[in-house]
Write a protein that binds this ligand. Structure first.
Ligand SMILES: C[S@@+](CC[C@H](N)C(=O)[O-])C[C@H]1O[C@@H](n2cnc3c(N)ncnc32)[C@H](O)[C@@H]1O
Length: 214
């Protein structure tokens, strides 16, 4: 399901700063060479993530779900000098590709790629994060949120991708409630009901839920 009229989507992209050469390359190579390229954040959402990061100026960022590194490169644009972005993915087959892109960006010292299950890796990170981006398996969104919450500094942000889940969160677009859809619906409710944060659900691409820890 496309949320925005195709022409309006193109108009929005045409009036959004272009991707860097490297991001364009990551985008293109992912589409040509990697399975499930739809998972990549892409031009418009990538620029939004970069803009958020530049507004927040985080010292420490955590990303759950690296894939080919597109969103990590966008989020790293706002990192403070000397800051670190930790990004986690369980897919070891993408490791060399992703490390290559980070090196090409000159960010091999500021982005730390962790290969493995995020449920195991998050508890091992002894860091206070200013910005967290959740973009891995939907079934574990609520678990990731619980695992990172105490590691987020007051005033810090947690952003979750795909919270509209191609529209399936709406009763009328659900054929039957599959596990992923149920998890996304429960996650959205959990964050909305959480009095420790204020939140906004942005209908950008597949939906971005932005929560700020009070
Ligand atoms: C939607 S993609 C991430 C896209 C990326 N953030 C971007 O915008 O370019 C989701 C990624 O989460 C990873 N993933 C899924 N379950 C995971 C888990 N339990 N631990 C770590 N990574 C996981 C997958 O291997 C996949 O690469």
């Amino acid at each position: 399901m496309e949320f925005l009229d195709e022409e309006l989507q193109r108009y929005a992209e045409d009036h959004t700063s272009a991707e860097s050469e490297l991001l364009h390359k990551v985008n293109r190579q992912t589409h040509l060479q990697v399975l499930k390229p739809r998972m990549l954040s892409g031009h418009l959402q990538g620029r939004l993530l970069a803009m958020f990061s530049q507004m927040i100026r985080p010292k420490q960022i955590l990303e759950v779900g690296t894939y080919t590194g597109y969103s990590a490169l966008c989020l790293a644009e706002g990192l403070q000098p000397g800051g670190t972005l930790h990004t986690i993915d369980k897919n070891e087959e993408l490791e060399d590709r992703v490390l290559g892109y980070f090196k090409e960006a000159g960010l091999e010292d500021s982005i730390k790629l962790h290969i493995g299950n995020a449920l195991k890796i998050i508890p091992s990170l002894d860091t206070a994060f200013d910005l967290v981006f959740l973009d891995a398996d939907k079934i574990n969104y609520a678990n990731y949120y619980d695992l990172v919450f105490d590691k987020v500094a007051p005033g810090g942000y947690i952003i979750a991708d795909n919270v509209l889940w191609s529209g399936k969160v709406l009763e009328k677009y659900r054929k039957k409630l599959d596990e992923d859809t149920a998890a996304v619906i429960a996650f959205n409710k959990k964050i909305h009901d959480d009095t420790r944060v204020e939140n906004i659900l942005l209908p950008v691409r597949d939906g971005l839920l932005v929560a700020r820890k009070l």
